[in-house]
Structures are given as structure tokens and as C-alpha cells.
Design a protein around this ligand. Sequence first.
Ligand code: NAX
Length: 359
Amino acid sequence: MFVKTIKGLNGVLEKTSTGICLYKHEMVSEMASPIRVAVTGAAGNIGYALAFRLASGEVFGPDQPVHLNLIEIPPAISALDGVEMELDDCAFSTLAGVTKVDSDHLEEGFGDCNFVLCVGSVPRGKGMERGDLIRINGPIFTNTGKAIQAAAAKDVRIVVVGNPCNTNCLIAMNNAPDIPRDRWYAMMMLDQNRAKTQLAQKSGQPVSSVSKMTIWGNHSATQFPDYFHAEIGGTPAPEVIKDDAWLQNDFIPIVQKRGAAVINARGASSAASAANAALDTVKSIISVTPENETFSAAVCSDGSYGVDEGLIFGFPLQSDGATSKIVQGQEHNEFAQQKIDATLKELREERDTVKDLLN
Ligand code: NAX
């Protein structure tokens, strides 16, 4: 008698040569144990786009179950009920379960999580200065850091998306001193992807041919998309594009202000592309970076490139599949160094604004 195994959502259907069908429940528990991923702000625009792709197996693979911990402020918990219903309705074979938690119970929300995606934060309102936003969102991230330290899995890695993401990440990291500092990331990938596409479109080459696109510094209008070290088909981008005026005067501001351009066109801020970038960040962290490639995220500076130790700063990174390292040895001309200095100055000012929130 042979046994044919067909994997299903909640079990395994075993069809024998004698025609007997056995249905064994909890197939998922026979697979690898689930990776637990927490998403804060899970009913918001980015969170909604993230949850389904995380559940689908796209990020961690078709044989790796995922358990989602979806976190929202109490008034938005009923919206999360709807997200959970839709997740059910997708019948993803990789979705091991969903736990909904309100933000008053963050330790429960981050319990045993291997990845925490911090998306939830208060958006910038009309007439609000960047400094006001930092002061409003800062306290969310002190609690986030403390709860991650208290409850997350030993191997937890954290990606902060909610703005101002570098400084929010700085606050959370400083409130979780027991978590190694190389576990913390703030998202620069959306800027990287935007920059890659601009270079591809200008050069008429496919976006896949653009590599080593680093966004230095802050995820803000001071960021420096470093076209000098970017390559198109393995050749430095300026040599392919042959238009320094465009690179300096158009490319940089287009990338820096792309978020505002999307808001103007769509009437809402980037959501699908931001969720895509958050997933690209996770994929970059858990994959071995090809030798001739780098990826962008803001990480805790070890003093590289003259950036103050401890600041969360966008650098070129390579991962060995577990830990990311800052790529060393890139040289900057005077123009590039001025741009890096400007974004560094802004991050130092942001750090000063929240110094009472840093332990
Ligand atoms: P939404 O306002 O649609 O969603 C945010 C969600 O967070 C809401 O559902 C809200 O209830 C929830 N929330 C607020 N405070 C919370 C808390 N303390 N705990 C848990 N949840 C909380 O915004 P969305 O468009 O999803 O953007 C989310 C964040 O991403 C914003 O801060 C935004 O500025 C930031 N972005 C960051 C980007 C980056 O590249 N780093 C780019 C895209 C985006 O602008």
C-alpha cells in the first residue's frame, strides 16, 4: 500500500492505494516551527499591505509557517478583526495563526517574536514640525523598546518603519539595552528602490541591472542617494548616465522628495511601495548578500565613516544571512561628503531633541 500525502491548510490528506483517505490535522506543526512576526500599526495602510505578503510565504519561503502578531491601538482593534477575516479568506498554507493585541499590552504583542516590524506611529499632521512629530512618537518607541526586550525571542530582529524612523529606532534601541545593537534596522529601502528605478529609467536599462545603491543618513529630505557608488550593469552609474547635472540637480531631489510627490498625486502616502520595501529589508537581512551587491538600511553606527557611534544611520550593508555589516572603504568626494555631513547634522539634532528618552 502506498501513501500519497497532500498538504492542506489545516492538515494533511493521506490517500492510500486502497482508496482510504486519512486526514491528519495540524500539518503546520509537522513542518518547521513557525516564525513569529509582530507588526505594529497592522490595520494602517502599510500594515494592511504587509500582513498578506508576510502570510503568503513570499518572505520566509513556502515551507516556513508564519505566525502573525498584529498590534494596533485599542480603537483600531475591530479593524484588525477584518484583517484577520481576510487573512483567513486567503487560505494561505503558510499562515500558522494570528494573534491580535492592543498597544496597551505590548509585551503580549511582542511575545516570542523573531521579527518585529514597527510601523505604527502618529502621522505628521498639518502645520506639525518634524520636531513636534519626534516628540509625539518618541514615547511610543520607549515602550516598544522595553517590551521587545522583555518579551521577544532571543534572536529578535527589528525593522522600524514609522517616522521619523531613524530616531524612533534610536529610542527603542536605547530602551532595550540587552538586545544586541546589530539587531536594529530603520527602513531606507524605499529610498533605495526609488533611486534604483530613477537610474534605470534615465539610463534605459532594466532596474535589475542597478546595484550598490546606497542611501546614506536619515530617511528624510536630507538623505544622500549615493549615485557615485551605484552601478548599472557593473559600470559606475555616472559613466553610464553621462549627465552629472541631472544626477546632482534632478536625481537627488527626485529621490529625496518622492514621498511628497506620491502624496500629491495619490492624495495618500506611499503604502504598497513602503510595505514592499519593508519586506525587501527583511529579505535582505535573512539572505546572504551577493559579493558585488549591497543593500541600504539605517543601522547603529560603530563610528564608520565618521558617523557618531550609536546613531541610526543609513549605510551600505552586506548580510551573511544572520548579521549585517557596514561595508567599509568607500571613498567620498567633497560633494558627497557635504551631503553626508548635512544628513548627519540632522540626525544629531534629532538625537538631541529626544535625549531625555535615551537611557
Ligand atoms: P496609517 O496612519 O495608515 O497607519 C498607522 C497605523 O498605526 C494606524 O492604524 C494607527 O492606528 C496605528 N498606530 C498608531 N499608534 C500606534 C501605536 N502606539 N501602536 C500600534 N499602532 C499604532 O499610516 P501608514 O501609511 O501605514 O504609515 C505608517 C508609518 O510609516 C508612518 O509613520 C509613516 O510616516 C511611515 N512611513 C515610513 C516610510 C519609510 O521609508 N521609513 C515610508 C512610508 C511611510 O511614510
